[in-house]
Design a protein. Structure first.
Length: 459
């Protein structure tokens, strides 16, 4: 890794890839890349001095990156094998690493704090990074979302050898890591297009636990169906929101719209912690993050200050617009368990109000494998608008569309809507609590929906 002076990222606009690109650019290396679409994130990278092309033709690669001796090519799984630039690099014997392999190299050169789980890992890793970064311990971090406190997905510290990393289970990427400490937030089956069975998915997490270094620790959500395969000298802790364990929350309560709780450790209690983002699901994520911070020497007072000052993550339960009539929220939830937890949290916040959800399913395989579970989760809403499936890296599967979900949703007020018809559909609708869900390109609709709501409020 040290011999390369420049890095070319295929899929540079991805949230994980962009953090790595920023990291090497900050370290003084030449960095460029390709992405399929222009987004706010790619625009931010360009403004920081990174060169990005949006055309897959080989002649779009800047000439300096055609030097096989000096250039390392970094690949995201979203790039297809027949991509012209990838084929060029392969045929000309460039060194090519997957994103996870590059992260693995970084964890072997530092103390990696790796957060894994089907859901909860982005929030937990971002809270962990914030707790460490604002303390005397400090850290580096590669995050799976844009932290609102810092407006970035990359944190750097010259003083700390700790690096917080979101451990992605897709394509068994997290098997490339060498964690010093790890958290498993959940292991609900997902990515069955890769794993085939729920059993294989679970075994993947068990293998991940075997990678934790001696002297390190595993912190696992109580009740997860994973049997740790730990090396000698690795400590194991349990955690939960309010079900006990080595780390947990007690005395959870709402005070003037804010959530307070007591944080319990194996030897200590931090009383009356105030949650900066007052969403009940974040209590559990915070407990895992606080456990990591506590084990790494963050003081009780620093933990208390850090949790209260954490201001969330872009597209993780964000309040986009609020008026006397309507509250509009946006959330990245794209797995049935995430949807269920998110809708439940919204219901806790607004128990007597009508919740309208707009959901864009992500991937044909995920829709096929979990259609019934999606329907169960979405049935918690009062009203559902279901968009077409966002394909991401996949080709269509015959017989798989959003109707697979809609037909089992137990709501009277439910309908399918093409994305291009969404704004006209919402224009004259009586909206109380409105939420957009999904991991596809639904985020592009968020500012348009917000603007329409603002104009409606002026009428």
């Amino acid at each position: 890794m040290k011999k390369f002076t420049q890095y070319y990222f295929l899929g540079i606009g991805g949230i994980g890839m962009s953090a790595l690109a920023r990291y090497f650019h900050t370290k003084g290396f030449q960095v460029a890349g390709y992405d399929k679409t222009e987004t706010k994130l790619t625009a931010d990278l360009q403004s920081e001095g990174l060169s990005i092309c949006f055309n897959e033709a080989v002649d779009q690669i800047p000439a300096r990156y055609l030097n096989v001796e000096n250039t390392l090519v970094v690949l995201t799984p979203a790039i297809p094998q027949d991509h012209p630039q990838l084929k060029y690099f392969q045929e000309n014997n460039f060194n090519i690493l997957k994103r996870a392999q590059l992260l693995g190299n970084i964890t072997r050169e530092s103390k990696g704090i790796c957060i894994a789980g089907t859901h909860g890992k982005t929030t937990t890793s971002t809270i962990t990074a914030h707790l460490l970064y604002q303390s005397q311990v400090s850290c580096n971090a590669f995050l799976g979302g844009i932290a609102n406190n810092y407006n970035t997905n990359l944190l750097l510290s010259a003083e700390s050898n700790l690096v917080v990393i979101e451990a992605d289970e897709y394509d068994r990427s997290f098997h490339q890591l060498s964690p010093y400490m790890a958290v498993i937030t959940s292991a609900d089956p997902d990515h069955l297009d890769i794993y085939g069975t729920a059993e294989a998915f679970r075994e993947s997490f068990e293998h991940f636990t075997s990678l934790i270094r001696p002297g390190g620790a595993l912190i696992m959500r109580k009740g997860i169906d994973v049997v740790p395969q730990l090396q000698k000298g690795v400590k194991c802790f349990s955690y939960s929101m309010d079900e006990g364990g080595d780390f947990c929350a007690e005395n959870i309560r709402t005070v003037k719209g804010e959530i307070h709780f007591d944080f319990v450790t194996p030897t200590d209690r931090i009383s009356d912690v105030r949650l900066g983002v007052p969403v009940r699901i974040n209590v559990e994520n915070s407990v895992a993050a606080m456990a990591l911070a506590w084990l790494n020497g963050v003081t009780n007072e620093e933990i208390r200050t850090g949790i209260s000052s954490f201001s969330g993550i872009y597209r993780r339960f964000n309040v986009v617009y609020k008026s006397d009539k309507t509250v509009y929220m946006d959330d990245y939830a794209h797995h049935p368990s995430e949807l269920k937890a998110s809708i439940s949290s919204i219901r806790n916040l607004y128990p007597d109000r009508k919740i309208t959800g707009i959901f864009q399913p992500h991937l044909y395989t995920r829709t096929r494998d979990f259609a019934t579970d999606f329907a169960d989760a979405l049935s918690q809403l009062d009203e559902l608008i279901l968009l077409d499936i966002y394909p991401a890296r996949e080709l269509p599967i015959e017989g798989v569309d959003s109707n697979l979900i809609l037909r089992d949703v137990k709501l009277k007020n439910k309908q399918l809507c093409p994305k291009e018809n969404l704004l006209p559909l919402l224009e004259d609708r009586d909206l109380d609590i409105l939420v957009t869900f999904g991991a596809g390109d639904i985020d592009k609709m968020v500012p348009l929906i917000k603007e329409q709501l603002k104009k409606a409020a002026l009428k």
